[in-house]
Design a protein around this ligand. Structure first.
Ligand code: SF4
Ligand code: SF4
Length: 171
């Protein structure tokens, strides 16, 4: 049995190549007289990043050069990409510190959870997007590299106390 297909007539303005071409040329002409710059000459020029940008990591130290991290284990626990390796150690005074601390920047999804959860504010994500390397090993940032990228932060951090105070103020 033959199938009847109903062919609809489309309005001429929707199928006219001439109209679409003229519209495109008008847009090009408009940009010729009123240029809107959308490209940058990277790497000489860099774009302005959002303050909320989350790039590669760094770790802060105290004024004595010790890592601020107390190897609490929260960041590897919350990390959704499972890319933080932490082996805790203990010094002669019983203070915990990261014996091994590594972040695989290849696997990281830059969610920022590690920064959010850290009670000591020891780990931060930088305003950086030029992440390059020639091998997988190079993209694993170990403690030494993270500390070299970080800076010194002398304050005793009581993050959760500050957060509780902020919450009380909002009530
Ligand atoms: S930014 Fe997210 S994915 Fe990357 S190391 Fe931190 S918690 Fe893991
Ligand atoms: S959450 Fe902070 S203190 Fe705890 S292991 Fe991670 S970096 Fe160290």
């Amino acid at each position: 049995m033959p199938i009847n297909v109903k062919v609809l007539d489309r309005p001429i303005e929707d199928v006219s190549y001439l109209k679409a071409t003229l519209k495109g040329m008008a847009l090009t002409a408009r940009h010729l007289v009123r240029p809107h710059k959308v490209t940058v000459q990277y790497p000489e020029e860099k774009t302005q990043l959002s303050p909320r940008w989350r790039g590669t990591h760094r770790m802060l130290t105290t004024e004595t050069g010790k890592a601020k991290c107390v190897a609490c284990g929260l960041c590897p626990t919350v990390c959704p990409a499972n890319c933080i390796k932490l082996v805790p150690g203990e010094d002669e005074e019983g203070n915990r510190y990261p014996l091994i601390f590594e972040i695989d920047e290849f696997r990281c999804i830059f969610c920022g959870y590690c920064q959010e959860v850290c009670p000591e504010e020891a780990i931060f994500l930088m305003q950086d997007y030029s992440l390059t390397g020639t091998s997988r090993e190079e993209m694993i940032f170990n403690k030494e590299k993270l500390l070299a990228l970080g800076g010194v932060h002398n304050d005793r951090i009581l993050k959760w106390k500050q957060k509780a105070k902020e919450a009380q103020e909002q009530e």
